[in-house]
Design a protein around this ligand. Sequence first.
Ligand code: ADP
Length: 300
Amino acid sequence: MSAGPRVAVFGSVNMDLVAYVDQVPASGETVTGTAFRQVPGGKGANQAVAAARVGAEVSFLGAVGEDSFGGELRANLLANGIDVSGLRTVPGVSGVAHIVVDGRANNSIIVVPGANGGVTGTVEGDARIIEGAAALLLQLELPMEAVAAAARTGRELGVPVYLTPAPARELPAELLESVDVLVPNQHEAAAITGRTDPAEALAALVELVPEVLLTLGGDGSLYGRRGAEPVRVPAFRVEAVDTTAAGDTFCGSFAVARAEGRGPEEAMRFAAAAAALSVQRHGASSSMPTRDEVEALLGG
Ligand code: ADP
C-alpha cells in the first residue's frame, strides 16, 4: 500500500470479553451462556485500526498490562500495520471490558481500565511520535489529565486534534481549548450541551471548538464551523447487524480523508461509506473495511 498520511492515536486499548445469554443473571444467580467471544477493543485502538485500514500510517500511544491480554492487544495493533513504539507495557492488568449481551441484544458492560487507568499524562518520547502527524485522535477512556496533556502536545506541535467525547463526561475548558475537531454522537452532544435537537446541539458546540462533526447513527452526520452553514451528509442505507464501533470507524476515516486534503463534505461521505460497511458485519475492529472496500462503495 502506498504511504498515506500519518495519524497518531493516543487512547485506550481493551480486551473485550463478550458473553451472550438469554437473560442477564440477577445478583447471586448463575446462568448458562450461549456463546463467548474475545475481541480486541477500546475506543483508541478501534480508531487506530479504522484509520490504518483506510490507508493511513498509524502510530498508537497508550498502555497495556503485563498479562497475556497485553501481548495479544499489542499483536492485534501490529497485525493491522500500526506502529506501537508508543505503546507501553506496565505492571498489572490490561484494560478489560466485560460485556453481557442478552437475548434482545441489550448490552451490560463493565470496563476495568487496568493499564489505561495508569496513563496519567504524556511521557518522554510521545511528543516525538505526535510531531509531524496529520492528525491526533483522542477519546475519553483514559484519565482526563492524560487526554488534556496529549491535546496540549498536539496543539503545541501544530497537529490537528480530534476529540471523541466518549464516554460522555464534563469537558474541562483546559482540554477544549486544545481541540480542533469535536466528534460526538447525538447522546454525547446532548450530554455536553443539554440539547437533544441536533441542529441546536451543533450550534452550541461550535461556540466551544473550531469544528464539530456530529454523528447521528442511521440519520448520517452533521458538520459545523462557527459562522458557516452546517453541512449534512446522509448515512448509506444498509442492513445494520452490529453498530459497535460505527462512530470510531467514522471518526478514524474522516480524519484520514481530511488529512489527505478532502473537504469536510467529501470526508463525511468517505467516513459514512466506511461506517456503513462496518455496521453490516459483526465485531468492532474486525468489522472495519479496507480502503478498496470504501472506494468500491463510493463508486471510485
Ligand atoms: P456511535 O457509534 O459513536 O454511537 P453513530 O451511531 O452516530 O456513532 O454512528 C456513526 C456513523 O456510522 C453514522 O454517522 C453513520 O454514517 C454510520 N452508521 C451508524 N449506524 C448506521 C446504520 N444503521 N446504517 C448506516 N450507517 C450507520
